[in-house]
Design a protein around this ligand. Structure first.
Ligand code: SAH
Length: 208
């Protein structure tokens, strides 16, 4: 099976599992996931599964990337913050749907590799930074959307503060058992909706 066939199969699978937003499906289709994987896992890039990227971390499952991105309801006027850049894959997907993407990562080795992975794709609207994302990114706040790619025990207060009014934030919450939590802000009202069960690596304070 060619890479293209595998990719189209993945898109059909995401559709069947409930990804209905065509702009999100198109962004996943346009993003070469193999470019974000170590050599040993490139052949499995279009499997609907999380895969190791080194430093004990993983690239998220395409279904989860798609569901989280869909929940944000992005458009090309929005500024997004991603916490947990990892390989840079989700940042690349987000860059096709938003005007500006800020992505922060706490492990320097991963951030350097994410930068190298993204460079050949020439996505001028992605900015990467080594930082503890549980503090958000105050210098670029407020954000229209915030996506957290690591599981927290609760919503870090800084992220709530840095979300713009009318904005949406999605974060996996829990320990051994986790669920996606969607927060929608209107002024000082925060509406919470619990979504799918997921499995993410933990959100860890500090940088290395
Ligand atoms: N979105 C990534 C997958 C991320 S895996 C991708 O598409 O490949 C989760 C990442 O979150 C890991 O790289 C981990 O180092 C990072 N992380 C964990 N806690 C963090 C924190 N407090 N600040 C920033 N990054 C963090």
């Amino acid at each position: 099976m060619t890479a293209l066939t595998r990719k189209l199969r993945l898109i059909m699978e995401l559709r069947r599992e409930g990804v209905t937003d065509h702009t999100v499906l198109a962004a996943i289709e346009r993003t070469p996931r193999d470019a974000f994987l170590p050599l040993t896992f490139k052949a499995r890039a279009y499997e609907n599964t999380a895969l190791p990227i080194g430093h004990g971390q993983t690239i998220s499952q395409p279904f989860v990337v798609a569901m989280m991105t869909q929940a944000l309801q992005l458009n090309d006027r929005m500024k997004v913050l991603e916490i947990g850049t990892g390989s840079g894959y989700q940042a690349a997907v987000l860059s096709l749907l938003a005007t500006e993407v800020y992505a922060v990562e706490r492990i320097r080795g991963l951030l350097d590799r994410a930068r190298a992975n993204l460079r050949p794709l020439r996505l001028p609207n992605v900015r990467l930074k080594l930082a503890d994302g549980s503090l958000g990114l105050p210098e670029a706040a407020p954000f229209d959307s915030i996506v957290v790619a690591a599981a927290a025990v609760g919503l870090p207060p800084a992220l709530k503060e840095q979300l713009a009014s009318g904005g949406r934030l999605i974060i996996p919450v829990g320990g051994a058992e986790q669920r996606l939590l969607l927060i929608e802000r209107q002024g000082n009202t925060f509406r919470e909706t619990w979504c799918e069960a997921v499995r993410f690596v933990p959100l860890i304070a500090g940088t290395d």
